[in-house]
Design a protein around this ligand. Structure first.
Ligand code: SIN
Ligand code: NI
Length: 263
């Protein structure tokens, strides 16, 4: 997994499967890089669609403090970005890594604007979500531009996918995850630059952060979040579930949380 081989061959086969060593790496470390999930011409088209979507919707960002522009559930609004969120190969890789059936939780465009100079500080994702009865969820973080460290690539805390039960952490506070669990401060940190068209998968409990963007080019990532198909609603507020009129214990399923890679 820490290879310096920079050949651009795709690690995903035509059926949406990755080599078993990547599955082993994901299960051991709680994250894995997968090279070449998107072909170069497709990345270029998707980057143009993402840029246009951002221009039209930047004001709707859930995050307004400059860490990133965060546009959630773009699959409902843009057919080109939906094709990426619904990509059957990506969904099958996610199920291969997870080892059980998944549904879409939500997608999001996460854009660090040029020279935003703000890190996304260490946190886990799963404590933010109103989920119950689920096994380990995971996110595909797809680079639509080259993302070297200086443009805001991700850094992971390997092995922390087993650290469930922490309170939600403030991703604007560099110390908050470590205040919640002081032992995590001493875990080695792995920074993963990506070429456009590569992605990482990380679990919902894997500690991670993203570096600041110190370049003149926007860092555009498209993130697809997959949850256990058996996940239920736990009743806490969340922007995705608030409009749905759910009762605690309801399954998060149906057309709102689809599994299009199984169509
Ligand atoms: C980021 O891309 O800046 C953060 C992504 C994440 O926290 O999952
Ligand atoms: Ni996160």
């Amino acid at each position: 997994m820490f290879t310096t081989d920079q050949t651009a061959a795709s690690e995903v086969d035509g059926d949406g499967r990755v080599p078993e060593e990547l599955v082993d790496a994901y299960r051991e470390h709680g994250f894995v890089r997968v090279r070449g999930v998107l072909e170069p011409d497709r990345v270029e088209r998707l980057r143009a669609h993402a840029e246009a979507f951002l221009t039209a919707h930047r004001a709707d960002s859930l995050e307004q403090r400059g860490t990133f522009s965060q546009l959630v559930n773009v699959w409902r609004q843009d057919e080109n970005l939906r094709a990426l969120t619904f990509d059957p190969r990506l969904g099958r890789v996610a199920e291969q890594l997870a080892g059980f059936p998944l549904r879409l939780w939500h997608d999001q465009l996460l854009v660090k604007e040029p020279r935003n100079n703000l890190a996304t500080e260490f946190h886990q994702d799963r404590p933010y979500w109103p989920h119950a009865g689920d096994r380990l969820p995971l996110s595909a973080w797809i680079a639509l531009v080259d993302v070297p460290p200086e443009r805001g690539c991700m850094t992971f805390l390997p092995g922390t996918q087993h650290r469930a039960g922490l309170r939600p952490q403030d991703l604007h506070d560099e110390d908050d995850l470590f205040a919640a669990d002081p032992e995590l401060r001493w875990v080695p940190r792995v920074t993963v630059p990506l070429r456009a068209g590569d992605c990482t998968f990380h679990s919902g409990y894997t500690g991670h952060m993203a570096l600041p963007n110190r370049t003149d080019v926007a860092r555009i990532a498209h993130v697809v979040i997959y949850m256990d198909a058996a996940t239920t609603y736990d009743g806490t507020p969340h922007v995705v579930t608030d409009p749905l009129g759910l009762t605690p214990g309801d399954r998060l399923d149906g057309e709102t949380f689809p599994r299009p890679w199984r169509a």
